[in-house]
Design a protein. Sequence first.
Length: 299
Amino acid sequence: MKNLNLDYLESFAVVIDSGSFSAAAERLQLTQPAVSLQVRQLEKSLNATLIERVGRRARPTAAGVALLSHAQQINAAVTSAVDAVTQQTTGTAGRVRLGTGATACIFLLPPILRELRAAMPSLEITVTTGNTAEIARAVEDNTIDIALVTLPVSGRSFEITPVMNDGFVLIAPREMKLPARITPEVLATRPVLLFEPGGNTRRTADEWLARGGVSLKPLMSLGSVEAIKEMVRAGLGCAILPGMAVPANTKRDLIVRSLSPKLYRRLAVVIRRDKRLDRGLRQTLSALKALSAAKNDGR
């Protein structure tokens, strides 16, 4: 019976998925010679050539294609075995370290996390908040397992799945006189509060204003959506906010208007391609991706 080294099998699969040994080495956080050695050792143990170069791209041979067809099943079986042992030895369904923005944490995650806890009461979940760049770096460094962040985000080691659109709206004090259409030109004549600079949400609002020919100096820049809403309630000005941060009951004490032209941000799930999915992380990934089945809001 052949000995099949699971680490070597993973390296082989990542080389094929990445298209080169150098890209695979970056994703696996190994040196290129180490990845090449692992693939050679796998080929030696199976007495078969698994990879050939076509131009500058690494492609599977016929034997490699045959092995790849089983690799996913092997990985799933190993994951299932590890899950079973973990539950027997620790009594838990594992741990998930989730990263997201503060707004999504407050207004989007609670029902998702409630359902996860109901399905897996022993699952340990920790949530870290920050801007997209901070959270993406943490995923890259493997200090966070999975993230729900605002696009754009990039990384060769990432699997990025867009899941929903969140339309921006304007909120204003009841006494503020506003026209029916809220354009950048309208806001140029009003006191405006915005998110603090540095994140994708502020960048998106600034770009919308710039496309309308407006270079706006906000009355205030704040890092908390709830703080911004309280400032607006106090009559200090109006604010551009993500729609998810403005539930229906907000209309009781504030004016809520759509923007013209419409503006939205796109949220995506980000995870390392080489991340091993235990039961808890697999369920979390599935729950977050299910957001794409919900109605996208492009207000």
